[in-house]
Design a protein around this ligand. Structure first.
Ligand code: PPS
Length: 320
C-alpha cells in the first residue's frame, strides 16, 4: 500500500539535521509526505493499525499552525476546566504527540506506546497528513480538530522551530526553498490542509483557523465547547481565555516546552553546533510575522501556496 522513495537532489541534504534526518518520501497513490526513515521503520504500520476509540480527541495540524494553543484549549474544555492539573502536568503528558519519537534520531522515545497507553478519553496530537492516520479513524469517527494557518507565517515559525529544535543552521532562503519545493519534514503543506477542508462538514470534524483564534479567541472557544458537547458559564469561558492568552501561555511551563528545549540545546551543544540566539516556543504569536521577517523576494517564494489552483477548486482560502 505504501512505497518509500528516496528524495533526489541536494536540497534535502541541506535541511538534514543532527536531530531529524534520513528523510524519505512516504507515498500512497497520489499522496506523499516527507518523513524520517525512522517513522517508516518504527511508526507507520503501528499507527495505521492502531486502536481508535470514539471518545478520543485528535488534533491534526501541519506543524506550526497553532497546535499547542488549540491542544490546551481542547484539553481544558474536555476536562472540566481543571486548571490545577493543567498547571501541574505538562501538555506533552496530557495530550501526547504520537510520532514525536520518529522525529528525534538521537532520542529513542516510544511515543506511540505512550499514546496507546494514555487513559481514556485520550487526547492525541499528530502532524501526519490524512492518508497516514489510523485506518480506524474513518470508521470509529472520534472527534478530530484541524487548525490551518497562512503558509507565510507557518514558514517563518517553522524556520525558527527548525533552528532551535531540530538544530538547523542553514539560511532562511534555503529553508524556504525546501518548504516551497515540498522537501521538508511533513511537506506538502497545501495537500495537508485541503484534505481536511474537504471533510470540514463531517459531524466529528472541527476545522479552525489560527487567525480566527487570534482575532476572536472567545468565539473559537465557544465553537470548540459546542463541538465537545460541553457547557461553561461566561465567567468560566473568560477565565479560560485568559489562561490561553499569549502572555499566559508563554510563561506557563506546562505548555512552553522549556524542558524539551533545554534537552535539545544540550544535544546541539554535544554535536558541536554553533550557539544561536535565545528562543521561546511560544515565540511571537502574531498574524503577519512574515511581513517583518521575510524580504519581498522571500515572501514571493511562498506565493505558489496561496495561488495553488487546488485551493480555489475546493473553495479554500488562507487568512492573513
Ligand atoms: S508545533 O511545533 O507544530 O506544535 O507548533 P504549534 O503549536 O503548532 O505552533 C506554534 C505557533 O503558535 C504560536 N502560539 C500562540 N499564538 C498566539 N497565542 C497563543 N496563546 C499561542 N500559543 C502558541 C507560537 O507562538 C508559534 O507561532 P510563532 O509565529 O512562531 O510565534
Amino acid at each position: 500500500m505504501f512505497t518509500v522513495d528516496k528524495i533526489e537532489g541536494d536540497l534535502i541534504k541541506k535541511v538534514d539535521t543532527v536531530i531529524t534526518n534520513d528523510y524519505v518520501k512516504v507515498c500512497a497513490r497520489d499522496k506523499f509526505c516527507i518523513l524520517p526513515q525512522k517513522f517508516v521503520d518504527k511508526f507507520l504500520t503501528r499507527i495505521k493499525q492502531m486502536e481508535v476509540y470514539e471518545d478520543d480527541i485528535w488534533i491534526v495540524t501541519f506543524i506550526k499552525c497553532g497546535t499547542t494553543w488549540t491542544q490546551e484549549m481542547l484539553w481544558m474544555l474536555n476536562n472540566n476546566l481543571d486548571f490545577e492539573t493543567a498547571l501541574s502536568k505538562t501538555l506533552a503528558e496530557r495530550f501526547p504527540f504520537i510520532e514525536i519519537g520518529a522525529l528525534m534520531a538521537p532520542v529513542d522515545v516510544d511515543s506511540f506506546e505512550m499514546c496507546s497507553k494514555t487513559p481514556r478519553p485520550r487526547h492525541i496530537k499528530t502532524h501526519l497528513p490524512m492518508f497516514l492516520l489510523p485506518d480506524k479513524i474513518w470508521s470509529v469517527k472520534p472527534k478530530i480538530v484541524y487548525v490551518a494557518r497562512n503558509p507565510k507565517d507557518v514558514a517563518v515559525s517553522y524556520f525558527h522551530h527548525y533552528r532551535h529544535m531540530h538544530g538547523y543552521r542553514g539560511t532562511m532562503e534555503t529553508f524556504l526553498n525546501a518548504f516551497a519545493s515540498n522537501q521538508i519534514l511533513y511537506a506538502p503543506y497545501n495537500d495537508h490542509v485541503v484534505d481536511f477542508w474537504k471533510i470540514r462538514n463531517e459531524p466529528n470534524v472541527l476545522f479552525l483557523f489560527y487567525e480566527d483564534m487570534k482575532r476572536n479567541l472567545k468565539l473559537e472557544v465557544l465553537k470548540a465547547m459546542k463541538f465537545l458537547n460541553k457547557n461553561y458559564s461566561e465567567d468560566e469561558i473568560n477565565k479560560l481565555c485568559q489562561h490561553l492568552s499569549f502572555e499566559s501561555m508563554k510563561n506557563n511551563p506546562s505548555v512552553n516546552f522549556e524542558d524539551l528545549l533545554s534537552m535539545l540545546r544540550e544535544l546541539h551543544k554535544t554535536n558541536g553546533l554553533p550557539h544561536i540566539d535565545a528562543f521561546n516556543f511560544i515565540r511571537k504569536g502574531q498574524i503577519g510575522s512574515h511581513k517583518e521577517e521575510l524580504t519581498e523576494n522571500e515572501s514571493k517564494m511562498l506565493n505558489a501556496f496561496v495561488d495553488d489552483p487546488q485551493l480555489k477548486e475546493c473553495g479554500f482560502e488562507y487568512k492573513f
